[in-house]
Every structure is written in structure tokens, then in C-alpha cells.
Design a protein around this ligand. Structure first.
Ligand code: DX5
Ligand code: ZN
Length: 555
């Protein structure tokens, strides 16, 4: 089965928006810690957890215990997206009589544990895991604990117990966001090494300073350390945890408190504070503006694609864009699914396979089996029936579905019916066939025309800009609505892929900030612009955004 990447990603976005809606209406709550565990929750709810929302007490369900109970908005929003409760009920968060309180309790269907007094959820999970073993049941127990919560002695008592009883049906996640109630964890009670200063990101980068895992290993646990916001890494870690026998697993997930909203990220202020309702439209726009960078490896050494993939991994690419050309749909030939199969074992980074092949319906299964995570076929060689077949096969295989159109092709009307569930739309800005071509500027106009069609047909996927993307045009491609950016010569063609990807990201970030400032000005003039900028208190963000606002004449 595939990663189900976009299915998970789209639901995570829905859940994050519900966290913002519910906490801003309630005027209180914990968005920061709900966002740091958002991808973990997404992988659990939309891929691994066995549950039935219509039968919450199904005895063979997997159990999800939120030990860090204050992040209840993060739990409730995913339970709503997963179908336990109506999404509208999130508007009752923390109100008298509501089933959704500041900490989860059993009044809400699907809640397994009354979280809140920190440190007890892991012990409770052990009890449930022990009971399952005694009853010869094979459901799995997942529990999410906080790093601040690890100050509680009961966590360590529970850690000893779980390994004593070899509870391999128990998987814990440590939401390692380095921030607790009122400061940085490493200042209150270090789990890793002491912080040298408030710049948590330096702790992220230096794995030699990560000591938390050693503590859990010494307590007899199987330890997996991941980037807690990478769906593909969470997916692999859970798979490994389920396979581990005779030992409990903890997945130490390096996360960012407030992840996805710049002014909340790594900011202790947002541990337990609700967003101001006037900021919600800006926050939602920022949530809709998460973006991905996808290097195209055919721009590199075609005789050593393994090395090109390794360069993408080192460069921290979000996807790896694989341009398959069969010499029929386009004159050039690159590689086929056999090469993809070879490359697959090198990394779990999502393979974004762009099939420039004729009769894709005949071959797409080979690309699923080769390990593609996203498969995009060209509208020029499909019709409603063949694309319907491709769509069904990919959905069943948990592979994300993409459709591509050439510069001289409009989105065909037969495709409109697929738009509500289509994951990716590639709008080619070069004629397919090779990398290193110049961006066709008429694409901007085409993207603008597309916007209304996509809106009318409830497209909730991601637009991928592909062809001639570089630092000069990526900002305007973002403004056109693209959220995934393919870089061939502008990334893989560069000597330092990591630097090139960093520059791509910075350029998109600058454009996104400009878009948000413009929106703030539309909504509330320079007064709201100043308020919005004022929220960005961590690092150099405030001066960077102020500069953009001044350059654009909004302040
Ligand atoms: C062209 C491919 C593109 C191309 C991108 O047929 O679909 O992905 O490799 O390379 P650049 O960014 O150099 O145009
Ligand atoms: Zn491509």
C-alpha cells in the first residue's frame, strides 16, 4: 500500500484550520501543542488507526491516548475530520455543556482517556496494553506524550513497566517541541543537552546533542528518532514500531510548537493562548500557503541518478520529481518504472512521478508497484474513462493522483468531475521533453483562468508548477496559486542542492509574507498590518516582514 501522502496532508490541513477556529471562538486553548503533533495525528487517524466512528467502543479498535491532554483541540479536530463528531461541534470548545472541553474526557465519543494531569497517560496506556495481551487481543495502543510532560516522575516509572512486560503493542510518541508551559524545556529540565541560547533550531541540527533517546534506550525501549513533521518519516517509524517484537517503541518526533504559522512557531507564548479572531483569516491564508520543493533529477547526471537522489536527500527536498519519458509522448527517453524501483530504497522522501508516456492507463500499475507516492499522467493521452481507471487504481493503492496539462492544453471538461478528489494538478510551463528550458510567461495568464474553474469544481489539491521555475519567477508562480515547485536546472543543475532549495524556500516565503501583509492591509489597513507584524517576536522575523511591508508601501 502507498503512503497516501496527499490524503493525509489534506486532512491535516482541515484539522489545523479547525484548531484555529475552535480556539479563537473559545478565546482559549492550546494551538501550539496541537500543531506540533499535527502530522503525527494525521498519520495515525488517516492511515494507521483501526477505528469505527459509528461504533466508538468497538472492542478491537486501536487506542489513541492523548497523554498531553491540553492539546485537546488537536485531538478533537482530527476526530471531527475522521467522522466521530460534526466539524461544527468544534465551535462549542470549552463551553458549558459541551462534550469538547479544555482537556479530553469520556463524554466525547472516541476519547480514550481523561488527559490533563500530565504524566499519567503513559501509565494508563500500559494498563490497556497489558489487558490486551492478557485477552489475546491484537489491537495497538498509541500514546502521545509531551517533552515538558517528561518532567513527571510517573513517566519514567511507566517506562520501566512497559519494558518489563515487553509491551510491543504499545507505541509512544514524544512530541519533542522543546517548549513547555512557560519556557524552553531545556531551561526547565533538560532532556537533551542544555540550550546554549534561545535558538532552538541549533538543537535541531546537531543530532550529537540529542540525549533523550539514550534515556529511553536505557529504560529498555526501542527508540526511533524522526522529523515529526515529515509524513513519510512518521509512516516508516510507525511501520517499524508495529513490527518490533518483545519491546515497546517510542518515536521521538522532533517537532515545532505552532508549526505552520510563522508567528507561533517556536514561540512559548502560543503554548496556551487563543488566536485573536481578527487574525484568523490571515492564519487560514498562511495555513493554505504551505509549499513543497521538488527537485527534478533529470537535470543532473543521468548516468548516476542514485547520486542525484542522494543530493535531494542531503538538500532536504520535500519531494523527488521523477520525469519519466517514453520517447513516444515526448521525443526524449529518460527512464521507466524499473529505475524507480531501484531508486526507491534510497529514501522515503515522496517520489513524485511525472509520467510523460503514451497510454498511461496500460502502464500506471507498474509505477505504483515501483514505489511512486504521487503519479501524474497527462490529460493529452487520457479521456474520462481511462483517467477514471487510473484514478480508481491509484486511490485503491493509496497513491496520490495527479493530472498534467501542457502549455497549449486547457483543462479538459471531462476532468472536472475528478477535481474534488484530485490531489495534484501539474500546469506545465514548458513543453515537456527536457529540463533547462525557459519558463513560458503566458502560463501566468493560464493559471489565472484556471482559478475559477478549480474553485467552481471544489479542487482541494495542490497545483505543481513544473518547467523553467527559478528564483526570478517562483514568487509569481506562488501568487498564481502553485504550492509545489519543480526545480530542475535551478536546483539539481546547481552545485549545492541544499543551498538552492534554501533559496527557493526563502523566495517563496518572502512572497507569502507579502501576500499576508497585503491581505492584512485589505482587512484592516496599516493598523492590522502593524498588529500582524507585531506578533512575530521570535528571531529576525519582525524586521524581515517590516522591511517587506515598507517596500510594498503598506506601512
Ligand atoms: C520537463 C519536465 C520538468 C523539467 C524541469 O518535461 O517535466 O520536470 O525536468 O526542469 P527545469 O526546472 O530545468 O525546467
Ligand atoms: Zn516534470
Amino acid at each position: 500500500m502507498g503512503l497516501n501522502y496527499y490524503h493525509i496532508k489534506k486532512n491535516i490541513l482541515r484539522a489545523r484550520r479547525l484548531v484555529i477556529k475552535s480556539t479563537s471562538i473559545a478565546g482559549s486553548g492550546h494551538p501550539g501543542g496541537s500543531f506540533s503533533m499535527a502530522e503525527i495525528m494525521g498519520c495515525l487517524f488517516y492511515k494507521f488507526l483501526k477505528f469505527d466512528p459509528s461504533n466508538p467502543s468497538w472492542e478491537d479498535r486501536d487506542r489513541l491516548v492523548l497523554s498531553k491532554g491540553h492539546a485537546s483541540p488537536g485531538l478533537f479536530s482530527n476526530m471531527a475530520v475522521a467522522g466521530y463528531i460534526p466539524e461544527s461541534e468544534l465551535e462549542t470548545l470549552r463551553k458549558f455543556g459541551s462534550r469538547l472541553q479544555g482537556h479530553p474526557d469520556l463524554k466525547c465519543p472516541g476519547v480514550e482517556f481523561c488527559g490533563g494531569s500530565l504524566g499519567t497517560g503513559l501509565s494508563y496506556s500500559i494498563g490497556v496494553a497489558l489487558a490486551a495481551k492478557m485477552d489475546n487481543k491484537d489491537h495497538h495502543i498509541y500514546t502521545i506524550i509531551g517533552d515538558g510532560e517528561s518532567n513527571e516522575g510517573q513517566i519514567w516509572e511507566a517506562a520501566m513497566t512497559a519494558s518489563k512486560y515487553k509491551l510491543d503493542n504499545l507505541t509512544a510518541f514524544l512530541d519533542r517541541n522543546f517548549i513547555q508551559q512557560d519556557s524552553y524545556t531545556e531551561k526547565v529540565m533538560p532532556l537533551d543537552e542544555e540550550l546554549r541560547d534561545d535558538n532552538i533550531s541549533e538543537m535541531w541540527k546537531d543530532a550529537s546533542r540529542w540525549k533523550t533517546g539514550d534515556k529511553w534506550r536505557s529504560f529498555g525501549w526501542n527508540v526511533i528518532e524522526i522529523d515529526g513533521h515529515r509524513i513519510e518519516q512518521i509512516d516508516l517509524a510507525i511501520t517499524k514500531a508495529i513490527a518490533a517484537k518483545g519491546i515497546p517503541t517510542i518515536i521521538i518526533s522532533r517537532t515545532i510548537k505552532g508549526k505552520s504559522i510563522e508567528h507561533m512557531e517556536d514561540n512559548p507564548e502560543w503554548h496556551g493562548k487563543a488566536p485573536n479572531p481578527e487574525m484568523v483569516p490571515l492564519i487560514n491564508l498562511e495555513l493554505d500557503s504551505q509549499f513543497m520543493i521538488a527537485p527534478s533529477i533529470i537535470a543532473g547526471d543521468m548516468t548516476n541518478l542514485e547520486n542525484e537522489v542522494k543530493r535531494c536527500v542531503h538538500g532536504r527536498a520535500d519531494y523527488i520529481h521523477l520525469d519519466v519519458m517514453d520517447g513516444q509522448f515526448v521525443p526524449a527517453k529518460t527512464f521507466d518504472y524499473n529505475k524507480i524501483k531501484e531508486l526507491r530504497s534510497l529514501t522515503v522522501i515522496p517520489f513524485d512521478s511525472h509520467l510523460m508516456i503514451s497510454e498511461p492507463v496500460k502502464h500506471v500499475k507498474d509505477y505504483v508497484e515501483a514505489g511512486s507516492d504521487i503519479i501524474t499522467v497527462h490529460a493529452e493521452v487520457c479521456d474520462e474513462s481511462s483517467f477514471g481507471e487510473i484514478n480508481d487504481l491509484l486511490k485503491q493503492s493509496q497513491v496520490s493522483v495527479g493530472l498534467a496539462i501542457n502549455p497549449d492544453t486547457d483543462l479538459p471538461e471531462w476532468s472536472y468531475k475528478f477535481l474534488p478528489t484530485l490531489d495534484q494538478l501539474i500546469v506545465m510551463s514548458v513543453f515537456p521533453g527536457k529540463s533547462g528550458q525557459k519558463y513560458i510567461t503566458e502560463t501566468h495568464e493560464k493559471m489565472n483562468k484556471l482559478k475559477s474553474i478549480l474553485k467552481d469544481h471544489k479542487f482541494t489539491g495542490y497545483i505543481e508548477a513544473d518547467g523553467g521555475i527559478n528564483l526570478e519567477n517562483i514568487g509569481s508562480c506562488f501568487e498564481d496559486g502553485a504550492r509545489a515547485f519543480v526545480g530542475g536546472s535551478a536546483i539539481i543543475g546547481q552545485p549545492d542542492v541544499r543551498e538552492a532549495i534554501r533559496e527557493f524556500r526563502n523566495q517563496v516565503l518572502k512572497t507569502r509574507r507579502k501576500t499576508l501583509i497585503k491581505k492584512a492591509h485589505q482587512l484592516g489597513g496599516s493598523d492590522l498590518v502593524h498588529k500582524w507584524i507585531g506578533l512575530h517576536v521570535v528571531g529576525k522575523k519582525k524586521e524581515q516582514i517590516t522591511k517587506i511591508a515598507q517596500e510594498e508601501g503598506f506601512i
